[in-house]
Design a protein around this ligand. Structure first.
Ligand code: PLP
Length: 248
């Protein structure tokens, strides 16, 4: 089978657990072909982010153009954007592309470091309107105005429950005009959760690129993340990476 061509538009994580690196591992393990448009470099380990350098908007646009123009793209995942200008140019380039888009509205790293400023978050609006699915965690959904504001704007989203308290994790798929769908699973007790959001969103994008309907893509992607959490190698002194290599 020809692998679906998946473009990750996101930030680089030097420690290999999150961002572009998590996306490439996930897309590859699921049988996709990974391409990247790198929006920002981060220097980080499992305990925190020590330095961030954003790409220029022109550089991000050129990377997207290079992928779209030659190899072609079957689905897109958007992660850390780095600046409001980059968010705008990504929205411009993706409008009219006609492929599934999964937008992980990255704001804060698992270690607690801020990965988007207020102006960048304000620029998320256009991307959420374009996206097939937006995947906020608990604080991100609150920062985006909560369920009522998302519903009012007609945004399709997966509200991830991993950051909520409780022995069970509940993820809710909310599609405009459709009944809400929930997945509940026992919480996996681990501190090695770095890159869970990146892994989930790129897995959904890959599965949508293969032609799966949204609810099936979410279901399979959740299983992939859970298996990778269980296979975490235990690296680092803080929130370590997942075990992408051990899944499937
Ligand atoms: N993107 C980059 C470049 C990151 O470094 C991080 C976290 O450190 C994230 C996204 C979000 O990580 P998570 O998937 O743990 O939410």
């Amino acid at each position: 089978m020809t692998p679906p061509r998946i473009l990750s538009i996101a930030g680089s994580d030097s420690s290999g657990g999150a961002g572009i690196q998590a996306d490439i591992k996930t897309i590859t393990m699921l049988g996709g072909y990974a391409m990247t448009a790198i929006c920002a470099l981060t220097a980080q380990d499992t305990t925190g982010v020590s330095m961030v350098a954003a790409s220029s908007a022109a550089m991000v646009a050129a990377q997207i153009d290079a992928c779209v123009g030659d190899i072609g793209v079957d689905a897109v995942k958007i992660g850390m954007l780095g600046s409001p200008d980059i968010a705008e140019v990504v929205a411009e380039r993706l409008a009219g592309l006609g492929v599934p888009i999964v937008f992980d509205p990255v704001m804060i790293a698992t270690s607690g470091a801020a990965l988007a400023d207020a102006a960048t978050i304000a620029a998320f609006e256009r991307l959420m309107a374009l996206a097939t699915l937006t995947t906020p965690n608990v604080p991100e959904l609150a920062a985006l105005g909560g369920d009522a504001a998302m519903a009012r704007r007609g945004i399709a989203y997966l509200a991830k429950g991993g950051d909520a308290d409780g022995a069970e994790v509940i993820d809710r798929l909310v599609m405009p005009g459709e009944a809400e769908r929930c997945w509940t699973a026992p919480r996996i007790a681990t501190r090695h959760t770095h890159g869970t959001g990146c892994t989930l969103s790129s897995a959904i994008a890959t599965l949508l690129g293969m032609g799966l309907p949204i609810d099936e893509a979410v279901e399979d992607a959740r299983e992939f993340v859970r298996a990778a959490l269980l296979a975490a190698p235990g690296f680092g002194k803080g929130h370590g990476p997942l075990g992408h290599q051990a899944v499937r």
